[in-house]
Design a protein around this ligand. Structure first.
Ligand code: 4AD
Ligand code: MG
Length: 481
């Protein structure tokens, strides 16, 4: 007989037929009640062991963390909290778990401890819930774009280009450290490297994605990206997953509409599919916030926050308006900001973004039309700007508790303007000839954005550290597992 998933058993009507379940013991009470979990749902199934007719030797091996197989009948449960339970007629220990040594004890562990045990933390309710939500969100991403006729493009992970021009790249090489081949003038001879040139892990699939949008019309990528920025924050990973749609003929307003619609869709899809997991995570957040002073607790529960995002328009605000708001804000006047906003042109730090979203507008905000000099080279220069105040058609979406969740723009479609910009920033036009070709042959207005998948998972799960929403986080000084 094949075993049935716990999720399906819990949804079955009781009956006299035999069922089989396999999973891991969460707890074993009174030598009689096993709480069995197989990961299919946050809920455990209670398995009632006939301890008088089970050898003592076997009973001793039913410990937290052990893998077991039980056979029995599914009966109506007498206990509170579950409809059905299994009256066990046969139990087999598939894999023992030494109760003294098993790190995941049935008690509250700190998130830090769980991070150190990332290979086992997935056996807790919290991480089971988070990772099921993450999986559902990924599927929703594909479903949204596929339903809308976008094509999924796999852009390269190893690349020679620096899409963001920020220089925060991990090098990819097969050259030896000792005896590195040198050119006559003493530089590293990359001609002898695996690819015959310098390569790095991609920071974004955008540039390659654009070439595909200029043929397939609407595309999206969804893959790992890498940044060697030394930001040890609760919002940054060195390896994270990014979703990058790119659409031919879309302008910046279309781009904002797409991003907003997309985010609302994936959240709704996940709320509909992951009700029990989200309920659990909502309670977790309430419990966590009990230790905070009243003023710092959220006004809304997790599910209320998710509904709020789904039901309200994101507020669209230009950079220039935002700067005026920030200049006049209390924390700026009282010098509470670490970086004071003094003039137009200042780059926004996360403290400013969070002020705008959490204190001022109290809803998701789309900031657009940023100063050209603080944004990437490929963004469309606005026409008719004031002298000395060049802006680009950039947009960032800011979320409460998260800060920037999306970065995007309308792209510079004019060959000459793009070339000039690249020259000014000393970006090698020979390296990016293929990117320039999209502007030489059949160029058109087009736009896209990148959504940091883990930041979305953070928002939906109500967790506060990005290391807790990806299975094995990569951060400065940490690449365990
Ligand atoms: O704003 P970014 O750097 O934009 C781009 O890479 C563009 N090429 C996207 C595009 O237009 N196609 O990154 C996009 C998003 C950010 O808004 C943020 O959510 C996330 O990626 N992100 C990170 N997430 C986790 N850890 C990091 N170190 C991240 N850096 C960016
Ligand atoms: Mg950005």
């Amino acid at each position: 007989m094949k075993h049935t998933k716990v999720k399906d058993l819990l949804n079955s009507a009781p009956g006299l037929h035999e069922v089989k379940a396999k999973g891991w013991v969460r707890t074993f009470r009174n030598n009689q009640f096993i709480a069995l979990n197989d990961g299919s749902t946050i809920n455990n199934i209670q398995c009632v062991v006939d301890f008088e007719n089970t050898p003592e030797e076997t009973l001793k091996r039913i410990t937290t963390g052990a893998a077991v197989c039980v056979v029995g009948t599914l009966t109506e449960s007498q206990g509170a909290g579950q409809k059905v339970e299994i009256q066990v007629s046969k139990i087999e220990i598939l894999g023992d778990s030494d109760a003294e040594k098993y790190p995941m004890q049935p008690k509250k562990h700190s998130l830090e401890f769980l991070r150190e045990n990332a290979h086992l933390r997935i056996r807790t309710n919290m991480f089971g819930a988070i990772m099921r939500v993450r999986s559902t969100l990924s599927f929703a991403v594909h479903q949204y774009f596929q339903e809308k006729g976008f094509f999924y493009v796999n852009t390269p992970i190893i690349t020679g280009s620096d899409a963001e021009g920020a220089g925060e790249m991990f090098r990819v090489t097969s050259l030896p450290f000792d005896g590195t081949p040198r050119t006559e003038d003493g530089k590293v001879n990359f001609k002898e490297d695996f690819f015959g040139r310098e390569t790095n892990l991609t920071v974004s699939g955008q540039l390659e994605g654009e070439t595909y949008a200029m043929a397939l019309g609407q595309i999206y990528t969804f893959g790992p990206t890498f940044r060697a920025e030394n930001s040890n924050t609760s919002r940054h990973l060195a390896e994270f997953w990014m979703i990058e749609p790119e659409v031919a003929f879309n302008n910046l307003a279309d781009n904002m509409d797409l991003a907003e619609d997309f985010i609302k869709y994936v959240i709704k899809y996940t709320v509909d599919k992951c009700g029990e997991d989200l309920k659990f995570l909502e309670q977790r957040l309430i419990d966590e916030e009990k230790s905070k002073p009243q003023a710092e607790r959220s006004e809304m529960t997790l599910l209320e926050k998710l509904s709020f995002v789904m039901d309200n328009n994101f507020k669209r605000v230009s950079y220039t308006e935002a700067i005026d708001i920030l200049k006049d804000s209390k924390p700026n006047k009282n010098k509470k900001f670490q970086y004071l906003i003094e003039e137009w042109g200042a780059d926004l730090q996360s403290e400013h973004e969070r002020f705008l979203v959490e204190k001022h507008f109290k809803c998701p905000v789309i900031l657009f039309d940023y100063p050209a000099k603080i944004k990437a080279f490929y963004m469309r220069l606005n026409d008719n700007t004031e002298p000395g105040r060049d802006t680009v058609r950039a947009m960032d979406i800011l979320f409460p508790g998260i800060g920037e969740i999306v970065g995007g723009s309308q792209r510079e479609e004019r060959y000459d303007v793009l070339l000039e910009k690249m020259k000014a920033l000393e970006i090698d036009e020979k390296e990016l000839y293929w990117y320039l070709d999209t502007r030489r042959f059949g160029s058109a207005v087009h736009s896209g954005f990148g959504l940091g998948f883990e930041r979305l998972v953070l928002f939906v799960t109500g967790m506060s550290n990005i290391r807790d929403v990806i299975p094995f986080p990569r951060t400065p000084q940490n690449a365990e597992f």
